[in-house]
Design a protein around this ligand. Structure first.
Ligand SMILES: *Cc1c(COP(=O)(O)O)cnc(C)c1O
Length: 396
């Protein structure tokens, strides 16, 4: 049978594909260094594991939960937003979802009609455009120059705007670039969105992973009007090392949250109960482990950034958040005799056993994404192998 047009048009996630490929080679006994993964290499903190175990043993985790999530967790999210954003929300402004990824999916399903346009600054996280297409919306990509820290400007937004524009997606700190918008930049963008009645989707998943004194400003905090115009997307995956548990959330206008909940009730029913109890402990329990993990990422960034930046042809500013480097390697490709970054990445894996992710999947075909959510020895060894690979190709 022929599969649907919808499924045929979908681009599978390049990041998941790249890490699956690296893992398959490792399983086959190859000494592969994988810098592909978009997840912390730490295990979930003990207090969170134990809360999950308690919820299983007490029987609480045996049953369906409300489709928007257990009340305690929705309230904990509202309290968390109060603490970190100083914004007031109630439990009915919150939906708990199967990861932040599914919060985005539900949001697009809940607000987009066919041909509605969604502005997505490039480079973008791999799922935004594909999820918009699954909701029959139209992704409108705006290229953001590396010289301008990959940041979109109001002038660019104004140019991209049409009477079909419904949403703008912002992701700061950014996957894949690690850049962070300043408060002044966000204020301009926020005011533009309010003036044009465009809903801001603020993907704040890396908000607590910022380094070397950088500040994360959530756009929703900049004014009452901007707050009303924003849906906050966040989750526990990245800050609490909980990617496998699949818990994210959306916070914002009650009507939108309620529409998302209706769709969830007819699709997943509810996020896994045991994971919700784990997330409850993550948000309400001690926060020291978050700080320890943040410091570990910062120390690694400071150690490995100069090493990667010194690789032949790598053009790379130091990122301020998340856990990725995103160098432009156009010159490296030329030195090695390549025109295609994806081919270079494939050959690097085959010949030097280092797995990176091609920038093509993020809309940036001259870049590669390097995750430093792995141990320092692996990172240093990867630098050596990449250097040797480039030098070998260059002298041929
Ligand atoms: C990892 C990630 C997500 C999704 O995380 P979940 O594990 O689904 O909660 C969303 N946005 C960005 C930018 C990410 O990197």
């Amino acid at each position: 049978m022929e599969i649907s047009k919808r499924a045929q048009k979908l681009e599978p996630s390049v990041t998941l594909a790249a890490s699956a490929k690296a893992n398959a080679l490792k399983a086959a006994g190859k000494d592969v260094l994988s810098l592909t993964v978009g997840e912390p290499d730490f295990t979930t903190p003990k207090n969170i594991q134990q809360a999950a175990i308690r919820s299983i043993e007490s029987g609480k985790a045996s049953y369906y939960t409300p489709s928007a999530g257990i009340k305690e967790l929705r309230e904990a999210v509202a309290d968390y937003i109060k603490t970190y954003y100083q914004l007031d929300y109630q439990a009915n402004n919150v939906i708990i979802t199967d990861g932040a990824k599914f919060a985005l999916y539900l949001l697009f399903q809940a607000v987009l009609n066919p041909y509605d346009e969604v502005i997505i600054p490039v480079p973008y996280w791999v799922s935004y455009g594909e999820q918009v297409k699954l909701a029959e919306g139209v992704p409108v990509f705006i290229s953001c120059a590396q010289e301008k820290e990959f940041k979109v400007t109001v002038e660019q937004l104004e140019e991209a705007k049409t009477d079909k524009t419904k949403l703008l997606i912002l992701n700061s700190p950014s996957n894949p670039t690690g850049m962070i918008y300043s408060e002044a930049e966000l204020r301009k963008i926020g005011e533009w969105a309010v003036a044009n009645d465009i809903l801001i989707v603020s993907d704040d998943i890396y908000g607590r992973l910022v380094y070397n004194g950088a500040n994360f400003t959530p756009i929703a905090t900049l004014s009452r009007e901007i707050q009303k115009q924003t849906i906050i997307i966040n989750g526990v995956s990245k800050s609490y090392a909980m990617t496998g548990w699949r818990i994210g959330y959306a916070v914002g206008d009650e009507t939108i949250i309620s529409a998302m909940n209706d769709i969830a009730s007819q699709s997943t029913s509810n996020p896994t109960a045991v994971s919700q109890y784990a997330a409850l402990e993550a948000l309400t329990g001690e926060q020291d482990t978050v700080k320890i993990m943040r410091q570990a990422f910062e120390a690694r960034l400071n150690e490995i950034y100069p090493l990667f930046a010194a690789l032949p042809g790598f053009k790379l500013e130091k990122p301020h958040g998340a856990f990725y480097l995103f160098p432009n390697i156009k010159e490296t490709l030329a030195m090695c005799g390549y025109t295609d970054v994806t081919k270079w990445v494939d050959d690097l894996l085959a010949e030097a056993q280092v797995a990176l992710v091609t920038g093509a999947g993020f809309g940036a075909p001259e870049n590669v994404r390097i995750s430093y959510a792995t141990d320092i020895d692996t990172l240093k060894e990867a630098v050596k192998r990449i250097r040797t690979f480039i030098e070998t190709k260059s002298t041929k």
